[in-house]
Structure formats: C-alpha cells, structure tokens
Design a binder for this molecule. Structure first.
Ligand SMILES: [Cu+2]
Length: 300
C-alpha cells in the first residue's frame, strides 16, 4: 500500500514536467495564445511583461488545477466503497489543519496574482514625463480621427479624419485595407496617445500591442508606449458601439522616426494643418456640445 501511494505521488512531478515541455512547443503556445500575430513579443516596450504575466499565471493555475484533480481522483479511489462495506463511512468535520490549508493557500495565490498584476500595471500605465510624440485619437461611430499634436506650436499640428471600413462588394466581408484610417507611430520613441470619444463608449485596441483602453465621452484617457518593432498592425474598436461596430477598424504603421516626420510633413503639405476638436462631437448630452440646428438658433 505504502509503495503504491508513493508511486501515485511520483506522477505529479512527471505531469508538471510534461506541462512545461509542452509549453515550449511553439511560439503561439509561448505567448499563451494571446491575440495578434505570433511575433507579439517586444512589439512594444510593454508586451514582454504582459506575455510574462499571462503565461506565468496560466502555468501556476494549471499546476493548482493538476494538484486538485489528482487529489480528487486519489480521494475517489482510496476511499471508494469496498466489498462488504455497508452504511455511511466515518464522517469527518472540523479538521483544522485542512481548513487552515485551504484558506491560506488560495489567499496566498490571490494576493500573489494581485501583487504581480499591480506591479506590471503600474509600470505600463506610468506616464512619460517628456513624450517624443503626442497623438490625440477620437473614436467616433464608426471610425477614428488622429491629431498629431505639435506640443510647442499647436497651430502646426496635423490630422487625419477616418472613415469606417469599406467592404469589397461580393467579397464575403473582405475590406479595402488601403482605405482604413491609419495611425503612424515612430519606432523607438516615447509616444503619448490621448483617447477620447465623439459619441458613445469605444475602446482603442492595437491587437499586437496587447493593450486596449476605453474611450469615454467627456473623459480623456492615456496610453504610454514605445513601439519597438517596425510593421503594420491591425487595430479595432473593442467596445460594442452600434450597428457598424465590426467595421470600426484601423491600421497602425510603426515606421522609423524619419519616415514618421516625412509622413507628418506630407499631411502638412496636403493642408491637414490644425487640430480636429470637440466641435465635431455628436453626443449632445455633454456640456457645450450642441447640434448644428441648436447652434443656429433654429430650434428655439
Ligand atoms: Cu466603437
């Protein structure tokens, strides 16, 4: 009996080894099946800590699950009704060591998860004292406006006004990617992205950046990020915001700082100079937001 029990306990490290070995199989698994392409690590200065927190949490939780499953099976097998047994088995209650164990262990786990999450979140949300680029993004049903703010001379800021994704007729929902609103970001630079909404709640989500944040009418939110990997990334609204929410898409192009400056200069050349302000907001419940009809006095 004793040696049998020992054999059973030896299964645990074996299973743990198996889980760890399997976790090292593919890039996708290493990223804990997080959304985005398989190259998400170091897309920004924050992605490695997000992936680390996510994958480590899963490993810890799988280990907890494994121990619980083994204990359940062990109890079911060890305390099964044997031949000739009748009536109820011995009823046990108020086992203080066991009760303390299953109170303290989950408490340690929860506090541990909380501490690591709070630590990473504080680092991710920490504002840059002197961002290299400041971009204000407006979410609107169902597209995006981008203001590239010239903080030293706001009159020289540039902007683009987006339209919602256009479907290609008869192409089974495929969209014209070249017509998507496109946000340019300079690689390796500290970027402050300001987020607000022109109408209802939206959520700004650059999938490969592993970060999303709500855009709430009447409120200014921030994202602080250093894009580290050149490339084109998909972005979308992550808050159900109405009929064409699924077409509220955009693209992100992380380019070299030189290409970024060239792009801003091209917007200036095209006449997109200045800032798109809250005058285009359509939520009339917000203070100072009035419809054009009200503004002209025709409604009085
Ligand atoms: Cu939306």
């Amino acid at each position: 009996m004793r040696s049998n029990r020992r054999k059973r306990w030896a299964v645990i490290p074996l299973a743990v080894g198996l889980v760890v070995a399997l976790a090292g199989c593919t890039q996708e698994q290493l990223h804990g099946w997080l959304p985005g392409t398989n190259t998400t690590v170091n897309t920004t200065n924050h992605t490695s800590s997000v992936v680390g927190l996510w994958v480590t949490s899963w490993i810890v939780l799988l280990l907890v699950g494994l121990i619980v499953w083994i204990l359940i099976i062990w109890a079911a097998v060890m305390f099964r009704r044997r031949k000739g047994q009748t009536g109820l088995p011995i009823q046990l209650r108020y086992n203080m060591p066991v009760e303390i164990f299953y109170t303290v262990v989950p408490l340690i786990l929860v506090l541990g998860f909380f501490a690591f999450t709070a630590k990473d979140q504080a680092a991710i949300e920490k504002p840059f004292a002197h961002p290299d680029a400041t971009i204000h993004v407006y979410g609107k049903r169902w597209a995006w406006d981008f203001n590239y703010i010239d903080t030293s001379n706001p009159n020289q800021s540039v902007y683009t006004q987006g339209i919602q994704a256009q479907e290609i007729q008869g192409a089974n929902g495929a969209i014209k990617t070249n017509e998507l609103p496109t946000l340019y970001l300079p690689q390796g630079k500290k970027v402050r992205i300001e987020l607000s909404s022109r109408d209802v709640n939206h959520s700004f989500w650059i999938i490969d950046f592993l970060y999303k944040k709500d855009m709430i009418p009447g409120r200014l939110n921030d994202e602080y990020v250093i894009p580290e990997k050149l490339g084109t990334y998909a972005g979308k609204c992550a808050e159900l915001c109405g009929e064409y929410h699924s077409l509220m898409l955009f693209q992100v192009k992380v380019v070299t700082p030189q290409q970024y400056d060239t792009y801003l200069a091209s917007l200036k050349k095209a006449g997109n100079v200045g800032l798109l302000g809250s005058e285009y907001n359509t939520n009339t419940n917000q203070p100072n937001n009035v419809t054009p009809v009200q503004a002209s006095g025709a409604n009085k």
